[in-house]
Design a protein around this ligand. Structure first.
Ligand code: OGA
Ligand code: MN
Length: 206
């Protein structure tokens, strides 16, 4: 097992009881920095593109809705820190299958960065074209992030008050993908690995 057992339990309990969970230090400091360095390198090499709304043919760029840039990560990535993170997502999925019977089969992940001042308006990650997304999983990579920078993830679970999550490095936010949420604008660039645990194998034209 790579993930701390206590963290796995916290995530499963949070998802079962509230529909979300937040754990800190999901990666060691060294692993987090290595993953962050991968993001910075891929960004410097020009691999990111502006994120859109909708899928494939209906994809549109709408800066009034979301202003982030993304780079999808493939299973055969040569980057060891990314492989390590993927191994953790696999372990998390099988734990959630055993404890919550979620029927998770695969995951999809991308690096994301939000330039200063950009945001992602209130939305759900699960709609007609993405109904295979069961759990959203976001790992933040923002070293030295201050509360006053903004950039919180705000969750709007039904029948509960909203929850604001500060995107500090090493923090993992997990939530049921149908929960409405938004990303607030920040005064500094905001970086993450964003992913979804899905109930169908990906790469089959989903
Ligand atoms: C998303 C998203 C949340 C975050 O990419 O769909 O909602 O905190 N991200 O970055
Ligand atoms: Mn989302």
């Amino acid at each position: 097992m790579i993930i701390d057992e206590g963290q796995l339990e916290l995530i499963a309990d949070g998802l079962a009881e509230h529909g979300f969970a937040v754990v800190d230090d999901f990666l060691s400091q060294e692993e987090m920095i290595a993953l962050r360095n991968c993001l910075l390198r891929l960004k410097n090499e020009g691999h990111f593109k502006k994120a859109g709304i909708g899928k494939q043919s209906s994809l549109q760029i709408r800066e009034d809705i979301r202003g982030d840039y993304i780079h999808w990560l493939e299973r055969d990535t040569p980057h060891v820190p990314i492989q390590g993170y993927m191994n953790r997502l696999e372990e998390l999925s099988s734990y959630l299958n055993r404890s919550l019977y979620l029927g998770l089969k695969d995951f999809e992940i991308h690096f994301a960065y939000y330039p200063e001042g950009t945001f992602y308006q209130k939305h759900s990650d699960r709609f007609k074209q993405t109904d295979h997304r069961i759990i959203s999983v976001v790992l933040y990579l923002n070293t030295d992030w201050q509360e006053g920078y903004g950039g919180q993830l705000v969750l709007y679970p039904e029948q509960q008050s909203e929850v604001k999550i500060t995107p500090i490095a090493g923090r993992l936010a997990c939530f049921r993908s149908e929960i409405l949420h938004e990303v607030l604008a920040a005064t500094h660039e905001r970086q993450s690995v964003t992913g979804w645990l899905v109930n169908k194998p990906v790469g089959l034209g989903l």
